[in-house]
Design a protein around this ligand. Structure first.
Ligand code: NAD
Ligand code: GLY
Length: 364
């Protein structure tokens, strides 16, 4: 087992990464009261809920809320099921919530923990690649609104994160690809050497080579922990973690939540960010091809849906959380391994990227 720490003063916490950690009793020291509510979904519950509950032993009063499975249920309405469970079972302020599932369960559970009785503790047990490398770390929690992705939420850090790499064996291939979009993101924004590792090993990673997957998860979490420790509330460097997300969130909202997986939309969005970075003269056409090859090797889409017009993109991107004083800011690539957040781009070049995405022009 490997351990990382997210350094946030008295809210610092460990990330445990290894095989068969679900049963390892790692969570117990982080449960301060006697009540535990596990939140999971209809897909993950039959696979892992009993094991997790058994690992807690008899010392706690444990309850579970099983949500329907899907991004379309990441709403205030379904969040209420968690509050219903907590209140019906009389959970008090010392209760601990455990999120057992992917990013949807993790984001909803974290938000419920942030709001229940003005804040209780929670633990992340992420079970998708995406949630293991990204959403379980860093304390962003929330739900979607029909007008925008993750628009209602709170920052609320977990007490610990337990990443059992074994659970990825039951993950569908398409979900593995979606998680790989976020892994690739770390290489592109932060670490050219990690990017080369991914280029060299993507075939084996997609074949679920356990040692390589553990390496990729560890480095991704390490980068995320470093970034979050520097900028928990996203007033600076943390925004870099949104490479491809402004375009991607627009795709998700346009297509209907759940019809494009979040990671797939991020994949296509990353390609659009690379295209615009190339039009700005920051990266070369060869660099863009490298990004495309890597995304394709990870089984990800490299273009937005053809029916999405430039106007529609702009309408949806205007509600992005990075918009400041009406000015759209984007994460773009200065070179492969280094990104910046900027509003300094020619609007005509953005139009060209969006037109090319809609099949109405040449890619860079
Ligand atoms: P998800 O939670 O919908 O999980 C994907 C699918 O895999 C679901 O059907 C789920 O039931 C299933 N599943 C989960 N674990 C499984 C396992 N071990 N075996 C078999 N099936 C399993 O999607 P996701 O990709 O994990 O997360 C996407 C969400 O995360 C989005 O809502 C996105 O906004 C959010 N997100 C949040 C942050 C953050 O910082 N909070 C960062 C990135 C993404
Ligand atoms: N996934 C982006 C962030 O955590 O900031």
């Amino acid at each position: 087992m490997q351990t990382l720490r997210v350094e946030l003063g008295d809210r610092s916490y460990p990330i445990f990464i290894g095989q068969n950690l679900l049963d390892a009793g790692l969570m117990k020291p982080y449960i301060k009261g006697k009540q535990v509510l596990v939140v999971t979904n209809e897909t993950v519950a039959p696979l892992y809920l009993d094991r997790l509950l058994a690992s807690l032993g008899d010392g706690y009063k444990t309850d579970a809320v099983i949500l329907p499975d899907g991004e379309e249920f990441k709403t205030l309405e379904y969040l209420n099921q968690i509050f219903d469970g907590l209140l019906e079972k009389r959970h008090n302020r010392t209760t601990t919530l455990i999120a057992l599932g992917g990013g949807v369960v993790g984001d909803m559970t974290g938000f419920a923990a942030a709001a229940y009785q003005r804040g209780v503790e929670f633990i992340q047990v992420p079970t998708t690649l995406l949630s293991q490398v990204d959403s379980s770390v860093g304390g962003k929690t929330g739900v979607n609104h029909p007008r925008g992705k993750n628009m209602i939420g709170a920052f609320h850090q977990p007490r610990c994160v337990v990443i059992d790499t074994e659970v990825l064996n039951t993950l569908p291939d398409q979900e593995l690809s979606a998680g790989m979009a976020e892994v690739i993101k770390y290489g592109l924004i932060y670490d050219a050497e990690f990017l080369r590792f991914l280029e060299l090993n993507m075939t084996q990673l997609m074949q679920r080579n356990p040692a390589l997957l553990a390496q990729a998860i560890y480095r991704s979490c390490e980068i995320k922990a470093e970034v979050v420790a520097q900028d928990e509330r996203e007033s600076g460097i943390r925004a870099l973690l949104n490479l491809g997300h402004t375009f991607g969130h627009a795709i998700e909202a346009d297509q209907g939540y759940g019809n494009w997986l979040h990671g797939e939309a991020v994949g296509a969005g990353t390609m659009m960010a690379a295209d615009l970075s190339c039009r700005l003269g920051w990266i070369t056409a060869d660099d863009v091809q490298r990004v495309k090859n890597l995304l394709l090797a990870a089984g990800l889409p490299v273009a937005p849906p053809e029916n999405m017009s430039a106007e529609r993109f702009k309408e949806l991107m205007s509600v992005d959380k990075k918009v400041l004083d009406g000015q759209l800011r984007l994460v773009l690539l200065k070179h492969l391994g280094m990104a910046i957040v900027t509003d300094q781009f020619d609007a005509a070049l953005l139009d060209q990227t969006l037109q090319a995405g809609a099949g109405l022009g040449q890619c860079c």
